[in-house]
Design a protein around this ligand. Sequence first.
Ligand code: NAI
Length: 387
Amino acid sequence: MEIHKVAVIGAGTMGSGIAQVAATAGCSVQLFDASPEAITRSQKNLLATLAKLVEKAKINPDESARIAANISYVSQMTELSNAQLIIEAIVENSEIKRALFAQLETIVAPDCILASNTSSLSIASIAASCKKSDRVIGIHFFNPAPLMQLVEVIPAVQTANEVLQVTIETISSWKKIVAVAKDTPGFIVNRVARPFYSEALRLFEEGTASLATIDQAMKDIGFRMGPFELMDFIGNDVNYAVTESVFTAFYFDPRFKPSFTQKRLTEAGFLGRKSGRGYYDYSEQAIPPVAATDAQLRQQISDRILVMLINEAADALFLHIASAKDIDHAMTKGVNYPKGLLAWADEKGIDWCVNSLDALYHEYHEDRYRCSPLLRRMMREQTTFFN
Ligand code: NAI
């Protein structure tokens, strides 16, 4: 089945971006939102975005007109009856999403694929709200959707294989890189990336180094932003909420335990750039923070955070959350990591990974530092992820 008619529900940040991606790929897109103001705003923003792209010579005026003409804005859900694929990007609330999917099923054709852009909810639970639950799938874009190359595709236990295949083909034809993930909390990126923040927070809480030193240590090894700069950029409230939801969804696995430092900042309203203060002060009179020049300390910091990230990626592979290739793609294309974590593990050496994790476990005796059984097995068998 080739998909030409797409509908997007929710004309907020994500829905507007997804509509732009599908329209740019040549699909005829209907964009629906319960709020007329959201539709007006989305339409205005799209035209401004397209004008900017023309100005920067990324697209020509004809392309801009074609993309704009491919999107129609609808005010009634019943108008979506001819859609072949519907992507939902409404509020992150399970009950509201389930009600929407149940209602959608009464409007669309039996072979219409129904997808959710949820970041944290179970696709199986959303699918269960439909009578024909095998047509439901997760299609998780990253923000901003037109710029980020990665899309996680998440089949639920109910999803038909054909629906998965059509979804992969469609999203790939939209010039996105697809990573297929199991329907588990955080999928790939939001699960594997947790130690980037949590281990940095832990190092800071232990007084190992200043915020700026920890940030610089990660930039030394190629990350575009340090963990604290990134949390301030994302917003502490948003980042904390994801951490807490992943922790809860994993039945309180201590590996995902949130940090009180971040919780208190959120409670205080120190949300990051958007509130003028987070880990750093963004006011004009603020003194720019300076990182320690101690190269050995910076290396220790980056090694510890990196090995924790590698351990999480290895565990995701061990538990068949995704393939090794997709796990590495997810981190490089979804969150701009300088290298795939599994390729990085090969480069550092599996023995180095196991020994570093064992040293941390020996020091702390905490579950968060337990080495993935996969890394241990690989060390025993002297194998690597890719070579
Ligand atoms: P948003 O708040 O910018 O937009 C949501 C839109 O949905 C609003 O315009 C609202 O009027 C509309 N809406 C709410 N309930 C509705 C209903 N029952 N029927 C029709 N329209 C309804 O939210 P955002 O950030 O675009 O997120 C949307 C979804 O995408 C959420 O599930 C979120 O978890 C997910 N997501 C968000 C990312 C982000 O960085 N913002 C990244 C990836 C996924």
